[in-house]
Design a protein around this ligand. Sequence first.
Ligand code: HEM
Length: 217
Amino acid sequence: MCHVFTYLCIGQDIFLAGVDTGAITMIWAMTELARNPRVMKKAQEEIRTTLGLKKDRINEEDIDKVEYLKLIIKETFRLHPALPFLLPRETVSHVKIKGYDIPPKTQIQLNVWRIGRDPERWTDPEDFIPERFTNSCVDFRGQNFELLPFGSGRRICPGMPMAIATVELGLLNLLYFFDWRLPEGMVSEEDIDMEEAGNLTIVKKLPLQLVPVQRHL
Ligand code: HEM
């Protein structure tokens, strides 16, 4: 299939791999930040202290300076992988897993959404705690099986470097230049709806509504 964008086809569904997934990740990251003012404040303090208050644009080099933002993105990938299931795999030979016999040519569906919330692997799995990745070598580049938002092995997402740069730059801009308030009529951040929708990709069911307040330069 040839197009300026890359399409993935799974069964009868087609989705725009390169655009949708990055936007989904940014929406979930902003949703979690709005729901967790402590994390939002810490992120903005780090960003503004590190970059200073006088920049009129963010450069790619700035990304390397903001460590906490990277932890936030990791935590977003853990709780909200854009694709809940990886591309289907097939066993090439007989394998035994936890006492179960899996014959050759069995289709395997890997639910990374569930793995990211597995209480046997994560402490307080439902909570958004970027600090869990401080001094941790767990990364999302396909080597740590508890965190596989981009998959792993030969079929790992080829757009990963572009995706990460897009999400990092996007969030960095949103957090550096703007403060974020709840919309009129919403009294508490706990009122932000977290319901998910979709099957191929997991999107936020209701649109996220926040009010940007421009920080004075
Ligand atoms: C946050 C953004 C993104 C996420 C979370 C994501 C996630 C994934 C995942 C989970 C897979 C399946 C990997 C596997 O089964 O092991 C995949 C495959 C793929 N992704 Fe992404 N992706 C993102 C962005 C992108 C971008 C920006 C592009 C292209 C510019 C892209 C192109 C592809 C392609 C072509 C495949 C299929 C690879 C194959 O068939 O072997 N993705 N992606």
